[in-house]
Write a protein that binds this ligand. Structure first.
Ligand SMILES: [Zn+2]
Length: 194
């Protein structure tokens, strides 16, 4: 049996002397969109079963296929706590950090939006008094923000109305410190002021 391409039957027949040409710009935009979608899904891929990792100061439950280093998470928590003038206590209730899909985070945010501290979007979540953090992947700024909520909640007992402002301030301090390290220089004054 001869294989007949679908296009051969369904494509409109061009008039003699006329060529049906797909607009090149549209074609390439479609192609690029497909490639971007494929790249995006492979960068942040997730598995159905989670893996459990125990850091000194945090417990990580990860559904992501990309690796996450508990020592890096511990170090970030120590830095966030230091920025806020707190020493991390290894016997305090550890944050449980779940690395999961943006869809799941979005659904949980939508289900309990009123209960979350000031998040207009749902890139990541902190569940007050539960020491539970949800992130889609490891990122110092993203996780640092949520860890600031954890420290504000568990250690400092700061009213929730102030959490967001504090977390954004911590984000900026983390960036300053990271930049200083990259340059091989000392931390800026602002870093040690508080
Ligand atoms: Zn927040």
């Amino acid at each position: 049996m001869r294989w007949t391409p679908v296009d051969e039957k369904s494509a409109p027949q061009s008039a003699p002397g006329m060529r049906l040409v797909a607009p090149p710009a549209v074609f390439f935009v479609l192609l690029i969109c497909q490639l971007l979608a494929a790249c995006g899904s492979s960068v942040h891929a997730y598995r159905t079963e989670s893996i459990l990792l125990h850091g000194r100061f945090a417990i990580i439950e990860s559904y992501a296929t990309s690796p996450i280093n508990p020592e890096e998470v511990d170090e970030l928590l120590v830095q966030v706590a230091h920025i806020l003038g707190v020493r991390v206590d290894p016997i305090a209730r550890k944050p449980r950090i779940v690395v999961t899909t943006p869809d799941r985070i979005g659904r949980l945010h939508g289900a309990g939006a009123a209960g979350f501290p000031g998040h207009g979007h749902a890139a990541a979540l902190y569940f007050p008094r539960a020491n539970l953090i949800l992130i889609p992947y490891f990122d110092r700024t993203l996780l640092g923000h949520e860890l600031a909520h954890y420290v504000s909640d568990l250690y400092l007992k700061i009213p929730r109305a102030q959490w967001e402002e504090i977390a954004h301030w911590v984000e900026r301090q983390l960036t300053l410190r990271f930049s200083a390290r990259e340059r091989g220089g000392d931390a800026p004054d602002e870093w040690t002021r508080r």
